[in-house]
Design a protein around this ligand. Structure first.
Ligand code: GDD
Ligand code: MN
Length: 373
């Protein structure tokens, strides 16, 4: 019977597949285990390579996700794809020390815990040769994590841990699955104190392939923390969309002031140009931040931009008409304006979500539809 499943998220890790499997084979001698790679359709055909291996070794499987990205959601789906009573989550690039897995499993079983975390921040552990900036960012992340986790984790940013499947099932419907930080997400999603232990390890240096960590990881982490705090009330994506919208409004005002006051353009023309600029920047910001996981590319990018202009222009008309109507109905101008802005934001958000950021999928769907005879 399979006792342990090791979930390995991968994106462009082709050259790490064989080494990580060999390392697990050595480390897990005597334990009945299976390995589940969750690959986001890596262009280097990582998934194809793993399928070749699973033909010979049924302990190895791959879940290949199409048009999807995201470390956290990959881990969640990998965890749900196994029946093993214990589940380890680990990076596939050998930076996590697989030799401590048996000790982690023993601790979890002996102490009847929900979770055992491999930590870099306790005696015997180390960040390895992490740059000073990354250590600082990690510290900042730790501070934030305290606000949502309600417990003290020495390494909340860890992507290396072992869980009891009952715990996974208990929290899985509440996880946000946004971004990179799945551990914080799991712990913050639990409605009771989590029973956990920590085991130290040294973070290794990457030997092959490259890190996928970038500035977006930080933004997604903030988004996760926000979602954990207010997500029951307001969807995280709407929050991001609103932040982008607010930045757009500032840009709109600044551009209007410049064009009207400095360049002496006629007011309506200046307003038109400024609005156009703000809409354009909002589109690109939303495409890279808010809808990173559905990012439009190539020709779809331009079609998306046009649809975004169209939806937001209708939104503009709604704002003007609605605020005018409310003001006539006797509301103060600022109340009328505020209500109109909120309603327009919801309109812009809902419709662009349904139209603009669905374009890529629609195109792929029509492409791969079965040919009519
Ligand atoms: N399926 C999938 N989808 N896998 C991904 C994605 C994705 O979008 N992005 C990254 N991965 C996989 C990588 O292939 C790798 O196996 C693992 O997730 C970690 O990605 P890295 O790019 O190597 O991240 P890192 O080394 O900078 O940071 C990791 O270690 C830190 C310390 O434990 C992450 O696990 C961090 O969350 C963690 O803080
Ligand atoms: Mn790594």
């Amino acid at each position: 019977m399979v006792e342990l499943a090791v979930v390995l998220p991968t994106f462009k890790e082709r050259e790490n597949v064989a080494p990580v499997l060999a390392a697990l084979e050595r480390a897990l001698a005597g334990i009945h285990y299976e390995v589940i790679f969750v690959d986001d359709d890596s262009p280097d055909e990582t998934a194809e390579l793993i399928r070749g291996i699973s033909l010979r070794d049924p302990r190895v499987r791959v879940l290949q996700r199409i048009h999807r990205r995201g470390l956290s959601s990959a881990c969640v789906e990998g965890m749900m794809a196994t029946a093993a009573p214990y589940i380890a989550v680990m990076d596939a690039d050998l930076q996590h020390d697989e030799t401590i897995l048996p000790a982690m499993l023993a601790t979890l079983k002996q102490q009847h815990l929900d979770l055992v975390i491999a930590s870099r921040n306790m005696p015997g552990g180390s960040m390895g040769d992490f740059s000073r900036e990354r250590v600082a960012i990690s510290g900042f992340g730790k501070t934030l994590s305290r606000m949502v986790c309600r417990c003290e984790l020495s390494d909340p940013m860890s992507g290396f841990f072992l869980l009891d499947r009952a715990f996974v099932h208990e929290v899985v419907r509440s996880v946000s699955a946004i971004g990179f930080k799945i551990l914080v997400d799991l712990v913050a999603s639990c409605r009771r104190p989590v029973r956990f232990a920590e085991v130290p390890y040294r973070f290794r240096t990457r030997q092959r392939g490259e890190s996928k960590l970038d500035i977006m990881v930080l933004i997604e982490y903030l988004q996760l923390v926000l979602d954990k705090m207010v997500g029951d009330l307001i969807p995280a994506r709407f929050l991001l969309f609103s932040v982008v919208g607010a930045l757009g409004a500032l840009l709109n005002m600044a551009a209007l002031a410049m064009l009207f006051r400095w360049f002496g353009l006629e007011f309506t023309i200046a307003l038109g140009v400024a609005t156009f600029l703000a809409m354009t920047s909002n589109f690109f910001l939303n495409n890279t931040v808010t809808y990173r996981d559905r990012r439009l590319k190539g020709s779809m990018l331009w079609l998306g931009l046009v649809s975004f202009y169209a939806v937001c222009s209708v939104g503009g008309v709604i704002t003007i008409m609605l605020s005018e109507f409310l003001r006539r109905a006797g509301l103060a101008w600022y109340t009328a304006g505020a209500i109109a802005v909120v309603i327009t934001s919801v309109w812009n958000f809902s419709i662009t979500q349904l139209v603009t950021w669905r374009l890529q999928r629609r195109r792929h769907a029509s492409r791969s539809a079965p040919q009519q005879a």
